[in-house]
Design a protein around this ligand. Structure first.
Ligand code: DGJ
Length: 727
């Protein structure tokens, strides 16, 4: 409210000046400029989004250089496309006013820029409808150094009754290029982050999710758009986009009659018309984007740096290596077995033991995935002395202890369901329908929010030494309905607001405890959730060959420190290969240590020592993708510190056909041309020697122009190299 009053005050000031004057709003970051300009009737348009010019006044010339076919609406380039008036294309916002009219016309009123820090600026632009007391404020939070913009909108009105919002996007971009290519992702359980690249044709392409929870199961909101030609790792202009929202999202790409591309992203309006009361503010989630003129690699490094500094919880901090018991025991464990696993945790040398699903529920014990979710009391048969006893044993073994929960969910067979059937998302007149034999709790209900918060709070209150939470979310929402919500079309939005409230409360009380964002694999990964989580679980598919491909794609959008990678028994590769792949992020294990051969155990222990020596650069360095597994037989990824003095390169053979190997040298990147480097193979399996001469000295110039051969072949399918500058 206060903000609105402030804007209304400014409106009087600027309103009169505006008639004569065209307003230019250049939103500049280190390399780019997004330039907005009013037309004669104060409609605000995007006139440019590209490389920053040296002289701001030259932006004015840009519109005159475009001789495209007519814009019959005068609104094609609108910064926030309305509907019901002159617009003929996809809108960013659609409303029905209190009087039943559904036209909207938004005109520029004023703008105000606030410097938050030397790097961060917040720009607010107020748009108002001249015929209705209805306004939208566009927010652009710019991160100068990394060329990242977070954009969202706040919608409000002072009409005489409620207004219905039928579409309410976060951002509406407008790009001008000859051609456009879209890189999008699709997936399913164990098949997350499958990329597809297509040329964008005229009409509308929509990426969306309607799953409610676990919303990325089939499609994440992240995407890339290349301008003029498909961007490669180091070349081409490319926009990375992502909606910071964990619920239903929708991004429309519309190539218009002028051959320009409109990108509209926000909450999915599917089944969600929103009734906005007078003076209520509807704040959309942020759409996050960065533009690079130097390919996908640079765009990803900018996003990583931004995420570590500004978004991911504890992005510049440390992470714990761990041993998880999910795949070694599934639901079949008891106190004694866990105590043995704690000894193994110590033996292996990791920091923490993570107890997974199956430790809770008594009336309907959680011995399989049909029962017990919601009954978060220790199972007395498996854990007669409670979690406290396990936490104590962990301490005696000098390892930390973490635990799995899935607090948003309920099993049909649970005491929670029996006690609170009205807390469950379901339609009473319809048959229950399950995803992984379970249902979702109604987080739009404040009582359910308290319950979910209480699950976490109780665990920490009873076990203050608890050092880690794995927060799972295995079901999507069927039969969306809340027993307590007045307006059912608010359900999906209210669910996400409820979830965020719970996570916010948890973080107020427990600001830094590491939490893994898991969703039956990678069903929920986004920059809303990652504000509350230190890491995400990319997929239950831990076959290292599959993971090379998946981690490669995820790594465009999320920094490696946030990628929880576990060594498991998936796949046919030896332990070394599996461990090397898991080291490209936050390392964990989910194998039976006592089943390892002496050499495997020896290798595992040394690998953790090696990982501890290089983890700093993996977590906080710059990532360079050197060889794309989709384009050849090898994959190669380098993590280099920002001073360009020390790094680690992971190399894999991804094709086991006869005589395959790294036949050509792999070009390095991110080095200092003037520095000299040595390259040494590390993480060798016991008894194996390396053909790589660690005493050779190479210039950065040589390594980036000629390259280096890791000597991958069928007997050396995974090679980890340490690169260090020498004097
Ligand atoms: C799905 C997760 O992705 C797995 O890692 C595991 O925690 C199971 N749920 C437990 O039910």
């Amino acid at each position: 409210m206060q903000l609105n009053q402030l804007f209304m005050g400014l409106l009087l000031l600027t309103g009169t000046q505006l008639k004569a004057q065209q307003i230019n709003i250049p939103i500049e970051t280190f390399s780019n400029a997004l330039v907005l300009q009013t037309d004669s009737s104060r409609h605000l348009n995007t006139i440019y989004f590209g490389k920053k010019l040296l002289q701001q006044k030259e932006y004015d010339r840009i519109p005159g250089l475009y001789k495209q076919s007519p814009d019959y609406t005068g609104e094609l380039a609108s910064v926030y496309t309305t509907s019901g008036s002159r617009n003929l294309l996809e809108p960013a916002i659609t409303v029905t006013h209190a009087d039943g009219n559904n036209s909207l016309d938004l005109r520029y009123v004023n703008h105000e820029q606030t410097r938050i820090s030397t790097d961060v600026t917040l720009l607010r632009i107020l748009l108002k409808d001249p015929a209705y007391n209805f306004q939208v404020t566009l927010f652009y939070k710019t991160y100068f150094r990394d060329d990242v913009i977070e954009q969202w909108s706040v919608i409000t009105h002072q009409e005489k009754g409620n207004v219905i919002l039928s579409k309410y996007a976060s951002a509406n971009l407008y790009l001008r290029a000859g051609k456009y290519w879209l890189n999008q992702y699709h997936g399913d359980w164990a098949k997350e982050m499958q990329p597809e690249q297509t040329r964008i044709t005229h009409g509308i392409k929509t990426l969306d999710s309607k799953l409610g929870t676990r919303t990325n199961l089939f499609q994440p909101s992240v995407f890339m758009v290349s301008l003029d030609k498909p961007a490669t790792e180091n070349e081409g202009t490319v926009l990375f986009g992502s909606l910071a929202y964990s619920g239903n999202f929708r991004t429309d790409f519309e190539l218009d009659n002028q051959d320009n591309l409109k990108i509209i992203s926000g909450i999915n309006n599917y089944a969600s018309p929103y009734t906005l009361k007078p003076a209520e503010e509807f704040t959309t989630p942020a759409f996050i984007y960065t533009l690079s003129a130097h390919g996908k690699g640079e765009a990803s490094r900018k996003l990583h740096r931004w995420a570590r500094d500004y978004k991911l919880l504890d992005g510049n901090g440390e992470r714990l290596t761990l041993l998880n018991n999910w795949e070694s025991t599934y639901f079949d464990f008891n106190e004694n077995k866990l105590k043995e696993l704690l000894k193994d945790t110590k033996k292996l040398g990791v920091d923490l033991f993570l107890l997974d699903d199956g430790w809770f529920a008594n009336k309907y014990p959680r011995n399989n995935d049909h029962t017990g979710l919601g009954d978060w009391q220790e199972n007395k048969t498996k854990l007669p002395n409670g979690i406290a006893s396990i936490v104590k044993t962990a301490g005696l073994n000098q390892v930390k202890f973490g635990i799995w929960i899935e607090p948003e969910m309920v099993s049909p067979k649970s005491e929670l369901y029996e006690k609170h059937p009205d807390w469950v998302v379901k339609q009473n007149k319809r048959q229950e329908y399950y995803f992984r034999n379970q249902l979702v709790l109604d987080l739009s209900n404040p009582k359910v929010q308290d319950f979910v918060y209480g699950v976490v709070d109780d665990l920490f209150t009873k076990n203050p030494e608890l050092a880690y939470i794995k927060w799972d979310c295995n079901a999507v929402i069927y039969n969306a309905y809340s027993a307590t919500l007045k307006n059912q079309s608010h359900f999906y939005i209210a669910y996400m607001r409820g979830l965020n409230k719970v996570l916010e409360r948890i973080r107020v009380k427990y600001p830094k405890v590491p939490m893994m964002l898991c969703s039956g694999g990678g069903g929920r990964v986004d920059y809303n959730a990652l504000q509350y989580f230190t890491e995400y679980w990319p997929s239950d598919n831990t076959d290292p060959l599959e993971r090379i491909f998946m981690q490669w794609e995820y790594s465009y959008f999320y920094p490696s420190i946030s990628s929880a990678n576990h060594v498991t028994d998936w796949g046919k590769q030896p332990l070394k290969f599996r461990t090397d792949v898991a080291m490209m992020g936050k390392l964990g294990f989910d194998i039976v240590i006592s089943h390892l051969s002496a050499n495997d155990l020896e290798f595992g222990k040394t690998a953790i020592v090696n990982y501890n020596a290089v983890k700093e650069v993996i977590w906080h360095g710059d990532q360079y993708r050197l060889a794309d597994p989709r384009e050849g037989n090898t994959a190669s990824v380098l993590y280099m510190d920002t001073q360009k003095t020390s790094g680690v390169i992971f190399n894999y053979l991804v094709n086991n056909r006869y005589d395959e190997g790294s036949k050509l040298p792999i070009l390095l990147n991110g080095l200092d041309v003037a520095k000299k480097y040595t390259i040494k193979e590390i993480n060798l399996y016991p008894g194996v020697s390396s053909p790589i001469d660690a005493n050779q000295v190479y210039t950065g110039d040589f390594l980036m122009k000629v390259g280096f051969n890791p000597e991958l072949k069928s007997s050396r399918t995974s090679v980890v190299l340490k690169i260090d500058a020498v004097n």
